[in-house]
Design a protein around this ligand. Structure first.
Ligand code: DOR
Ligand code: ZN
Ligand code: ZN
Length: 361
C-alpha cells in the first residue's frame, strides 16, 4: 500500500487537465453508442482535456484514409483535444511508416473483444511487432498469460509495449520484463479497482467487459501494486442499454470518462494514494509515455469537499448509464479551462467546442 497524506476536505483544488490514452468514441460506425461530440463532452465533464481514441471501429482505423475520415469527422465537434491510436493487422503493416507521425500508439488485439481486429496467428503478430518502427508504444490487449506472448515479441523485436487494462495475474510478468530491460508500461482501469465479480451479480450484463472483473482479492492486489502501474486509463467503452441486455450476445465494455476522477479523488480522501501520485497517473505519466503535447493554460478546478452518490443521471455519454451507480464519488468540477478558455462551468458547457486534433511531439 502506498503511504499517503490525507487531503484536507474543505478546499478548492486546481489540477492539470486529465489525460486518457484509452477511449472508444465509436465514430464512425457505432454512433448509437457515442460520437465525437458526446464522447468529448463526457471527457470534459470528467476532467479530461486530452484523450486518445481506439481503432476498433467498424470499419476499423487501419488505413491512412480511415484515419483521415476520423479527423474530418471531428471538425468543430470536439470539446477536448483528441489524438488517435492505429489498429494493427497483417495488412495494415504496410501503412505503419506513413501514419507513424499522426498517431500515438499502435493497438494490437491479441484476444477476442469488441470489433474486427483480433490478431491470433503468430506470423501476423511477428510481422506487426517487426514492422512498427515508431518509438511510441505498441498497446496490447492481451488478457491473462497472453501478456507473456506480447512481452516475448517486444523483447525479440526491441519495441516498447504498453499493457492495457492490467490485471493482477500480469503484474509478475511485467515486473520481470522490466527488470530484464524491456521498455514496458501499464495502465489500470477504475472498473478493475472499484468493482469485482461480486458486483456482476447485481449489475448483470452492465458488469461485463474484457478483461472481466475478478475477485475482491484481485482488486485489493491491484491497489497494493498501484505504485508499479504507470497510469489510470478508463477504457471508456460505451454500449447502449439495448446492446448490453441483448439475450444472444451482450456487448463487452463500460463507460468510464465521467466517473474516474470522482472515484479516484474519493480514494485520495481515504488515504489510498496521494493527490501527487494521482496527478502522475492521470496526467504526467500518460503525457510522457505517449509523447502527448503539453497543454498550456489548461486546468480544472474542483471542490474537493463535495461528495455524492454516482448516478445514471446527468451523464454526458450518449449511452447514458454507468456501472458505478451507487458508489461514493468526490469532487465537484467547478470549471474546466482549455488554452485559457472556460469550456465547462458548474455542470454546463460554455461556448463552442475548441478541442484540437493532436499529433505526437
Ligand atoms: O470490454 C471491452 N470493450 N474491452 C475491450 O477491449 C474493447 C471494449 C469495446 O470496444 O467495447
Ligand atoms: Zn482492450
Ligand atoms: Zn479498450
Amino acid at each position: 500500500m502506498l503511504k499517503s497524506k490525507k487531503m484536507k476536505s474543505n478546499k478548492l483544488i486546481k489540477l492539470p487537465g486529465l489525460v486518457d490514452v484509452h477511449v472508444h468514441l465509436r465514430e464512425p460506425g457505432a454512433t448509437q453508442k457515442e460520437n465525437f461530440e458526446t464522447g468529448t463532452r463526457a471527457a470534459v465533464a470528467g476532467g479530461y482535456t486530452q484523450i486518445l481514441d481506439m481503432p476498433n471501429n467498424v470499419p476499423p482505423t487501419v488505413t491512412p484514409w480511415s484515419l483521415d475520415d476520423k479527423i474530418k469527422l471531428t471538425k468543430g465537434r470536439i470539446w477536448c483535444d483528441l489524438g488517435f491510436n492505429f489498429g494493427a493487422t497483417g495488412n495494415s503493416t504496410q501503412y505503419f511508416t506513413k501514419i507513424a507521425k499522426r498517431v500515438f500508439g499502435l493497438k494490437v488485439y491479441m484476444n477476442q473483444t469488441t470489433g474486427p481486429l483480433l490478431i491470433e496467428k503468430l506470423k501476423e503478430r511477428e510481422l506487426i511487432f517487426k514492422s512498427w518502427q515508431s518509438p511510441l508504444p505498441i498497446m496490447v490487449h492481451a488478457q491473462g498469460v497472453t501478456v507473456e506472448v506480447a512481452i516475448k515479441l517486444a523483447q525479440k523485436y526491441r519495441k516498447s509495449i504498453h499493457v492495457c487494462h492490467v490485471t493482477t495475474d500480469q503484474m509478475k510478468s511485467i515486473e520481470k520484463a522490466k527488470k530484464e530491460g524491456l521498455k514496458i508500461t501499464s495502465e489500470v482501469c477504475p472498473h478493475h479497482l472499484f468493482l469485482n465479480k461480486e458486483d456482476v451479480k447485481r449489475l448483470g450484463p452492465l458488469g461485463i467487459m474484457k478483461p472481466p472483473l475478478l475477485s475482491k482479492r484481485d482488486s485489493c492486489q491491484l491497489w497494493e501494486n498501484l505504485d508499479k502501474i504507470d497510469m489510470i486509463a478508463t477504457d471508456h467503452a460505451p454500449h447502449t442499454l439495448t446492446e448490453k441486455y441483448d439475450q444472444v450476445s451482450p456487448k463487452f465494455g463500460v463507460p468510464g470518462l465521467e466517473t474516474s476522477l470522482p472515484l479516484m479523488l474519493q480514494a485520495v480522501a481515504c488515504g489510498r494514494l496521494t493527490i501527487e501520485r494521482l496527478i502522475e497517473m492521470t496526467t504526467t505519466n500518460p503525457r510522457r509515455i505517449f509523447k502527448l503535447p503539453a497543454q498550456p493554460k489548461t486546468f480544472i478546478l474542483i471542490d474537493f469537499s463535495k461528495t455524492y452518490k454516482i448516478s445514471n443521471k446527468k451523464l454526458f455519454t450518449k449511452c447514458d448509464w454507468t456501472p458505478f451507480a451507487g458508489l461514493e464519488g468526490r469532487g465537484e468540477i467547478k470549471k474546466v479551462v482549455i488554452r485559457g478558455k472556460t469550456v465547462f462551468q458548474d455542470g454546463k458547457f460554455v461556448g463552442k467546442p475548441t478541442g484540437k486534433v493532436i499529433y505526437p511531439n
